[in-house]
Design a protein around this ligand. Structure first.
Ligand code: PMP
Ligand code: GLU
Length: 385
């Protein structure tokens, strides 16, 4: 069958694919230790369930960009947290941050436009940019996974339209340093470049430095070219409810409105009420953070006992990015065999433009982390290519 040419260079999201595979194997009765997933293993918070239950009678379309109250509360939160005074006209609520990013690229990118993606990087930026006719330009992070502004500068061209920043970073867990982000500001403030800052993990940080930048709104001076991406999937453990948002100049938001009014319409009403409830509650979820911090320590201790690997202890998000180059050359094969032989699912670095690494998500129970890492250790010790 002849499908559209635009799909020829697109592959399915590797993270979603592996998470689905692990869940399918579980569905067949196999016991899989699934450490792929970028989603918390927690139940839906009770307060969100209750709030949404009260709104189930609301069954009509809302504004494409979301309920006015939701957009007001997001504006209030951003102003309070970053000092950036924005209004609901700066906000689009979308069916997850992923849809927000997709609609944004469709609104902003012309064929041939270049977008800088620091790598390693989350799987979807590249494909979303290609689907908009743009060209992803991959620029490595530093050895320590910090933003490398000098390297970015070298790759700027007349066609560069935007730079994607993701901090806390998926897949490394790095929070980019303030000096690196200030250097980025210096680089772009007199240009027309857009900075797209994906801040979906910014409520999940562990012992942050006093100087840590929580939102790029704190450091980017030219606000007309700053775009923030965020959502509730990670902070509220509601990945499947699909609710996120984009903050940008009103012209961009009205372009997105045009696009989304045909592409999918408003995000689901119950999910908008979940987001409203979360925003009204307006407090950091300390319980989630405590649990994740404990898991992070457990994983660090266990990984420290494994020979021939090295890893960065994450500042935020819920991933360990582990260098296993001394164990194998093909991390994709390593992960396939680990799953087939020891029923442990991890994501190979190839998915993030970083062969030689594997990503381990610690959004899993302590029991599964302990068992999964024990098996990984054992498997690595005996692995032969
Ligand atoms: N950005 C990053 C870096 C992510 O890891 C994810 C994972 N889902 C998303 C965006 C999209 O989040 P969602 O669509 O669930 O809001
Ligand atoms: N972002 C998560 C991950 O990296 C969820 C899957 C996806 O959206 O790619 O695993």
């Amino acid at each position: 069958m002849q499908l559209a040419k635009r799909l020829e260079n697109i592959s399915e999201s590797e993270t979603i694919k592996l998470n689905t595979l692990a869940k399918e194997l579980e569905g067949q009765g196999k016991i899989i230790i699934n450490l792929t997933a970028g989603e918390l293993d927690f139940a839906t918070p009770q307060n969100l369930q209750k709030a949404v239950a009260k709104k189930l009678s609301e069954n009509k379309y809302t504004n494409t960009l979301g309920l006015p109250l939701l957009r007001q509360l997001i504006a209030k939160k951003i102003a309070a947290e970053t000092g950036w005074k924005i209004s609901p006209q700066n906000i689009a609520a979308t069916a997850g941050a992923k849809t927000g990013l997709y609609a944004l690229f469709q609104t902003l990118i012309n064929p041939g436009d270049e977008v800088i993606i620091p790598v390693p990087s989350w799987v979807s930026y590249e494909h979303q940019i290609k689907l908009a006719g743009g060209k992803p330009i991959f620029v490595p992070l530093t050895k320590n996974f910090d933003l490398d502004t000098a390297a970015i500068k070298k790759r700027l061209s007349k066609k560069t339209k935007a730079i994607i920043i993701n901090s806390p970073h998926n897949p490394t867990g790095k929070v980019f340093s303030r000096p690196a982000l200030l250097a980025l500001d210096k680089l772009i403030k007199k240009t027309s470049l857009f900075v797209i800052s994906d801040e979906i993990y910014n409520t999940l940080t562990y012992r942050p430095k006093k100087t840590a930048v929580k939102s790029l709104a704190e450091v980017i001076s030219k606000k007309s070219n700053l775009i923030l991406i965020n959502g509730f999937s990670k902070s509220e453990a509601i990945t499947g409810w699909r609710i996120g948002y984009v903050i940008a100049a009103p012209e961009i938001i009205s372009g997105m409105n045009k696009f989304l009014s045909h592409a999918g319409g408003n995000p689901a009403v119950p999910s908008q009420w979940a987001a409203i409830t979360s925003l009204k509650q307006n407090r950091p979820n300390l319980q989630t953070l405590n649990i994740l911090a404990k898991r992070r320590n457990l994983v660090t201790q266990m990984l420290n006992t494994i020979p021939k690997i090295s890893f960065y202890e994450p500042d935020g998000a819920f991933y360990f990015f582990i260098n296993i180059r001394l164990i194998c050359t093909n991390t994709q094969k390593f992960c396939q065999q680990l799953l087939a032989n020891r029923q442990v699912a991890l994501v190979p670095g190839e998915a993030f433009h970083a062969p030689g690494f594997i990503r381990l998500s610690f959004a899993a129970s302590e029991k599964n982390l302990t068992l999964g890492i024990k098996r990984f250790k054992d498997f690595s010790a005996n692995f032969k290519e």
